[in-house]
Design a binder for this molecule. Structure first.
Ligand code: TYD
Length: 196
């Protein structure tokens, strides 16, 4: 059996975490995410909450370092199961480049990242994203202006096929759809592509 590495990306409030966990359950895969719960991931979360300010390049290096530790674990898990990863290198390309870090630099420091089989990009109206996030504590990237920039940047990365996944992309607008509908749409798309 050839197990697949499936990556979810999307703006905050797009339903990534819910959908990636649901898919992982459905296909009896492993759910994992970035930033991780490792030591470096913890430093990153401190920076995201605004508790500690780092230079933008330092933050990019921290995400890359966190991923460098994560990738061998993913490779190991892929020997026995499908792996569903909630955010990956594309998040660095989007968020860190919006912060002003050069895309080439981001790609370089992430050169040991493995190519996913497919990238599932979940889109959502900015208004709905803000509503879905509700009152939960906002991280530094969670405001309207940023959400718009993030969405635009994801489309740019996808259009330019930067680090194109083996089976390409699945793009789903989750606005006004139920969790169940989006889940079924994901499964259908994965089957159409011959991934499942
Ligand atoms: P987290 O709350 O863990 O995830 P989510 O918002 O998906 O529930 O926070 C992740 C934040 O980190 C999110 O705002 C995007 C950002 N991020 C980067 O800037 N670069 C990266 O490489 C990754 C993986 C995440």
């Amino acid at each position: 059996m050839n197990y697949k590495f499936i990556v979810f990306e999307g703006i905050d409030g797009s339903g990534k975490t819910t959908q990636s966990k649901m898919l992982s359950n459905k296909i009896k895969g492993v759910y994992t995410y970035e930033p991780t719960e490792g030591d470096i991931g913890k430093v990153i979360r401190g920076a995201l909450s605004g508790k500690r300010a780092y230079r933008k390049e330092t933050l990019a290096l921290l995400f890359a370092a966190d991923r460098m530790e994560h990738v061998p674990i993913i490779k190991e898990m892929l020997k026995n199961k499908h792996v569903v990863c909630d955010r990956y290198l594309y998040s660095s390309m989007v968020y860190q480049s919006i912060q002003g870090v050069e895309l080439d630099f981001i790609i370089n420091i992430n050169k040991f990242s493995i190519r996913p089989d497919v990238l599932i990009f979940l889109d959502v109206d900015i208004e709905e994203s803000i509503n879905r996030m509700g009152k939960r504590d906002k991280e530094i990237f969670e405001n309207r202006e940023m959400l718009e920039l993030v969405s635009k940047k994801y489309y740019e990365i996808i259009k330019n096929k930067v680090f194109e996944p083996k089976y390409g992309y699945i793009i789903i607008d989750t606005s006004k759809k139920t969790i169940e509908d989006v889940h079924n749409e994901i499964i259908e798309n994965l089957r159409d592509k011959g991934i499942l």
